[in-house]
Design a protein around this ligand. Structure first.
Ligand SMILES: Cc1cc2nc3c(=O)[nH]c(=O)nc-3n(C[C@H](O)[C@H](O)[C@H](O)COP(=O)(O)OP(=O)(O)OC[C@H]3O[C@@H](n4cnc5c(N)ncnc54)[C@H](O)[C@@H]3O)c2cc1C
Length: 266
């Protein structure tokens, strides 16, 4: 495997939509393409980026997007005219085909609220976007004897990417919670991995509660040799981390990211 250094943030990539596909009932795959994307470094695993989308007004000032999203860049973005400033959300590389300059992104379709989910469900070929590369969060630890991956629908692309790129002799468990069993995907994974799909049941089931309950049943055999990755709804992520730390897993071996929060826009 030859990946570029995931901690390097390497600038802006312009692209346009070239196709869409509803891969499962609540997951819309949008394929982007451009010459820029031939140059996007492949960081592998959970590689992610900030995605700047067309403004709802129909006029979008993509020049407002900063090259870097440090404090200065963010302030510059915020002071651009709000009527044309492209809104942004965070997304994961589902598949990058550098040789053709194509990139697939899987968007959870979670209803009418928000910006990115609704945009993806109606995205049309020719629509322009800008991506700001953010590298990756997950780095495989050479001394890990077990890898625990936990995610919900929004982190399914990240879990899929980590499973795809881990060394083939890795072993571990992936716990993936979905709102609908029909959203399961075929995942390429090392032979030593088990994948547990958890389905939210009942209209009132809080997102993340099922995955958290599974994590709380998990007892690592060698906590100091476990590597964990947790992504998804914020309360599930925080609860999972708390459990793992309580089970003796060193904090430095747990990568955790709140991807979204119930009832709150990103
Ligand atoms: C590093 C990183 C990588 C990510 N990668 C992906 C990815 O590849 N695919 C993906 O789909 N998401 C991904 N996410 C999550 C995504 O950024 C959020 O879900 C984001 O809130 C979606 O924006 P929106 O405009 O659709 O909704 P927002 O405007 O942010 O929120 C509107 C409403 O929708 C709710 N909401 C938001 N997301 C969800 C959801 N997934 N399920 C149910 N309700 C939701 C909010 O609670 C809020 O009430 C990632 C997040 C991070 C931090």
């Amino acid at each position: 495997m030859g990946f570029d250094d995931g901690r390097k943030m390497s600038g802006l990539y312009h692209a346009e939509v070239v196709g869409t596909q509803r891969v499962t009932p609540h997951m819309q795959r949008v394929t982007f393409a451009s010459d820029d994307l031939r140059e996007l470094p492949s960081h592998g695993f959970d590689q992610w980026f900030r995605l700047f989308l067309p403004h709802a007004s129909g006029t979008t000032d993509f020049d407002a997007v900063p090259e870097k999203f440090g404090l200065g860049g963010y302030l510059r973005y915020l002071t651009a005219k709000s009527g044309t400033r492209p809104p942004f959300r965070n997304y994961t590389v589902r598949e990058l085909r550098s040789h053709t300059g194509e990139l697939d992104v899987d968007f959870v379709i979670h209803g009418d609220s928000g910006i990115a989910g609704p945009w993806a469900s109606g995205a049309e070929p020719g629509e322009r976007v800008v991506m700001l590369d953010q590298g990756r969060g997950f780095d495989p630890l050479a001394d890990a004897d077990f890898v625990l991956l936990v995610g919900d629908d929004s982190a399914l692309p990240a879990v899929a990417g980590i499973l795809r790129d881990l060394p083939s002799d890795s072993s571990g468990l992936a716990i993936i919670e979905l709102g609908d069993e029909a959203d399961q995907q075929e995942l390429a994974a090392p032979d030593g991995f088990e994948v547990h799909w958890v389905t939210r049941t009942g209209a009132s089931a809080r997102p993340g509660a099922g995955a958290l309950a599974e994590v709380q049943r998990f007892r690592p055999e060698h906590p100091d040799r476990l590597q964990a990755y947790v992504g998804g709804e914020q309360a599930m992520v925080a609860g999972s981390r708390r459990h793992l730390v309580g089970a003796g897993v060193p904090k430095s071996r747990i990568q955790f990211t709140g991807y979204w929060k119930v009832g709150r826009a990103s």
